[in-house]
Design a protein around this ligand. Structure first.
Ligand code: AOY
Length: 470
């Protein structure tokens, strides 16, 4: 069975919204709402993910008599009879062939915008459908998730780039420095797809296949992310504790060419690095260097991450030797690297890289894996995302619509029609329709059932690129 209700947009809303069509003043003709990040953890937001929502839920004939009948049955039983706007929805079927009479203008996906700016606007294009603009809030605000994951992943990228620029020969390795391990740690497959695609806006390493499929199907990207053969604990421990070294030997033998990663903390990470990789299997590992195939990547998976990574580097450095790079930091030989995938969040990356730097190690020796923190430890408040009505046309009069609660001025909303302007590096949202439409960065992405802009993943990535790489 497919996911419940994803086939019926009428059911993808909050219960109370089903009663809102009765609550507007008489002769309301236009309701205009906007979406913004009102603040939050990261001062700049990467806008991403609206196109998925539009393609999946909004494009084409999304209202039918059958869907209306289904929704009416649900809402009559759930809210009581006579609340659901059957007439309004039937009008959309009859007058608009089931296509939504809605216009959405949005900042092009991948654009990096400081918080407190409008990111998209929504309005009805048929005055009879004034009630529709905010019926759609629930699903549209779900863009907070891909947007927030893309934003946080980009912040990871900035901190890793900073340490690479200080301690590495170059930034070439950056796209593969943060690998997505998060598939199992998210609440659903749709979450995995969205979150992983959002991470791939900034990076190219992932184990979350759902994101690759999403970038392919919704953003025309043939292959958005890459991975390598890698061990899990079971494929090592099933050999038995006394055969751990044989399990490792098998890894480098089965995957003789190209990179291979091997989790090495099943019993004793220090012995695995020192005695097994560093002595018994040393010649096999060095041989990868002689043949110039990809490196062996050793993965610790427990312990205090900064301490563990440093100790693993020190042991491997003692056994395999080190070289000084152009910035005077130590590098392991090119055939051996480390990936830390346990306990990785934004703060921990900085802690590990500082500890390495203080001990003379280049950031280029390591990559990171992140799961739950990357894809699931975010919520709508991370960037304080909200959708608010700012303008209405009522009885032929323009109304500036806003809230300004004395109990929390952080929740005050913008007024009137909005434009998002970008002038010599500065972003600003102009309110009350006073902005210069020629400078407006918002573009029509959806109108009356059609997708007007179809951004590619390459375009999204180019816009989101960090300054150090521009
Ligand atoms: N993957 C790099 C390639 C991926 C993974 C996935 C949960 C990889 C591990 C690795 O090297 O070790 C999901 C945990 C690990």
């Amino acid at each position: 069975m497919a996911q419940p209700c994803c086939g019926n947009l009428l059911l993808i809303t909050d219960s109370y919204k089903v009663s809102h069509h009765k609550q507007y003043p008489p002769n309301t003709h236009t309701v205009y709402s906007y979406f913004e990040s009102r603040g939050g953890v990261y001062p700049e937001t990467v806008f991403f993910g609206l196109q998925y929502i539009l393609k999946k839920y909004f494009v084409g004939c999304v209202v039918t008599k059958e869907k209306i009948a289904e929704a009416k049955a649900v809402y009559d039983a759930h809210l009581g009879p006579g609340i659901f706007n059957e007439e309004g929805w039937l009008y959309i079927v009859e007058k608009h062939n089931g296509r939504l009479p809605i216009r959405i203008k949005a900042i092009p996906e991948g654009t990096v915008v400081p918080y407190k700016n409008v990111l998209f606007t929504v309005e009805n294009t048929d005055p009879n459908c004034y009630w529709l603009t905010n019926y759609l809030e629930t699903i549209l605000v779900e863009v907070w998730y891909p947007m927030t994951v893309a934003t946080q992943s980009r912040a990871f990228k900035e901190v890793i780039a900073k340490y690479l620029s200080e301690t590495a020969d170059n930034l070439e390795g950056l796209p593969f420095k943060l690998h997505d391990f998060g598939f199992r740690g998210v609440s659903s497959v749709e979450t995995a797809a969205l979150g992983a695609a959002s991470h791939l806006v900034n990076f190219k390493g992932t184990d979350t296949i759902a994101g690759i499929v999403m970038a392919r199907d919704y953003y025309s990207c043939p292959m958005a992310g890459f991975s390598i053969p890698a061990a899990e604990h079971s494929t090592i421990t099933v050999w038995g504790r006394d055969k751990e070294v044989e399990a490792y030997r098998n890894m480098v033998t089965q995957f003789p060419n190209g990179m291979v990663a091997c989790v090495s903390d099943s019993y004793n990470i220090w012995e695995a690095c020192g005695k097994m990789w560093g002595e018994e299997l040393k010649a096999l590992v060095e041989d990868r260097g002689k043949r110039d195939v990809g490196p062996l990547v050793i993965r610790p998976d427990s312990g205090d991450p900064p301490t563990t990574v440093l100790k693993v580097l020190n042991i491997l450095g003692e056994k395999f030797g080190t070289q000084m790079n152009s910035k005077k930091y130590k590098m392991l030989p090119p055939y051996i690297r480390v990936i830390q995938g346990d306990g990785i969040n934004y703060d921990m990356v900085g802690k590990i890289l500082t500890h390495m730097k203080e001990n003379g190690w280049s950031a280029d020796n390591v990559a990171f894996g992140s799961g739950g923190s990357l894809l699931q430890r975010v919520n709508r408040d991370t960037q304080k995302c909200a959708y608010k009505c700012s303008y209405a046309l009522v009885d032929g009069k323009n109304v500036n619509v806003f809230k300004e609660p004395i109990t929390d001025m952080g929740k005050k909303s913008k007024k009137g029609r909005l434009t998002l302007e970008h002038d010599n590096g500065q972003w600003s949202t102009t309110q009350e329709g006073t902005g210069n439409p020629d400078k407006d960065q918002l573009v029509v992405v959806y109108e009356n059932g059609s997708l007007i802009k179809d951004w590619t993943f390459d375009e999204v990535r180019a816009r989101a690129e960090i300054e150090l790489l521009k």
